[in-house]
Design a protein around this ligand. Structure first.
Ligand code: IPD
Ligand code: CA
Ligand code: CA
Length: 287
């Protein structure tokens, strides 16, 4: 992060904690009736958390732009843009499975770079898991922290020793090829977890719990904060072909850096259909 910026982290942390507390209120109160036909309750938690976050951003930084999952983009032509996922892990939340978080990322584009279209810079990130009271933070150039302690990606050097994570989108799942990638990569690693919160998956790469993560079709609010946290923890994030990650690229491959090339090579082979183990025939289990 450039020294021209004051740290946003203390204020962002306060907002994320406040939104996390609000989510926990909904989580506890409505757990029994959740998802038995009334999906509105989930929507109410999503919406209430985003409204709170937007309100706090507006109070502190009234000129900043905000892109939030629930309310879309409010664009005032600011040099700063917030990416807000007020509840990442909605399906978990709705079923009472305590894996979800609040995600807030901040991007900056210096005015002199606007006309050249030069890439913007992700400058600050906060992801708060209210179920474990874990606050992940990062500022560009200043490292990544978990509850104030520096975190690093893992040192696992090979895929065969790795634990990875992935996710499947909730929309258009029938068009998502990820089950093939899930299957192949499961065969070549210690396993692939699918916990249901992309932002937390990225934090778990940053803190060395996972060695890597990939997902197709994530949105900018899912990744803006987590990608900076991974990078500041010493990890690497790219597209599937190894080119630089972009918020709108809808391709996310994150790792500790050490096994990144091996992971990308795995994707290359699967995309090309080379050496792909067929999915087992379920009828085999009867024998
Ligand atoms: C979802 C979660 C999930 C991922 C989906 C996302 P949401 O976000 O991050 O892990 O697999 O692709 O849409 O809908 O819970 O905010
Ligand atoms: Ca999300
Ligand atoms: Ca969400």
């Amino acid at each position: 992060m450039s020294s021209n910026h004051d740290s946003f982290i203390p204020a962002m942390s306060e907002i994320a904690r406040e939104a996390g507390a609000l989510l926990m209120d909904y989580f506890h109160q409505q757990l029994k009736i959740e998802y038995k036909g009334d999906a509105d309750l989930v929507t109410a938690a999503d919406r209430a958390a985003e409204a709170l976050i937007r309100d706090r951003i507006r109070q502190k930084w009234p000129t900043h732009d905000v892109l939030g999952e629930e309310q879309g983009l409010s664009d005032q032509g600011s040099d700063y843009r917030w990416y807000v996922d007020p509840l990442d892990g909605t399906t978990n939340f709705a079923h009472g499975y305590p894996v979800f978080c609040v995600s807030m990322g901040l991007e900056y584009q210096a005015p002199e770079h606007r006309s050249s279209g030069q890439r913007t810079s992700r400058i600050a990130a906060v992801i708060y898991d209210p179920t474990r009271n874990e606050l992940f933070t990062a500022e560009r150039g200043r490292g990544a922290l978990l509850n104030g302690e520096t975190i690093h990606v893992s040192k696992t050097a090979t895929l065969k020793e790795s634990l990875l994570a992935t996710g499947f989108p909730s929309h258009k799942r029938h068009k998502n090829p990820n089950i093939y990638f899930y299957h192949q990569i499961t065969l070549h690693t210690h396993g692939v977890r699918r916990a249901g919160s992309a932002a937390l998956d990225l934090c778990n790469v940053a803190s060395g719990r996972f060695d890597g993560f990939w997902e197709f079709n994530l949105n900018p609010w899912d990744t803006a904060a987590g990608v900076l946290i991974v990078e500041e923890a010493g990890g690497k994030v790219t597209r599937f072909d190894g080119s630089p990650f972009e918020l709108n690229s809808r391709e996310t491959v994150a790792s500790n850096g050490l096994l990144h090339q091996e992971l990308l090579a795995e994707f290359r082979e699967i995309f090309a259909g080379r050496g792909v183990e067929p999915l087992p025939d379920p009828r085999e289990y009867k024998r």
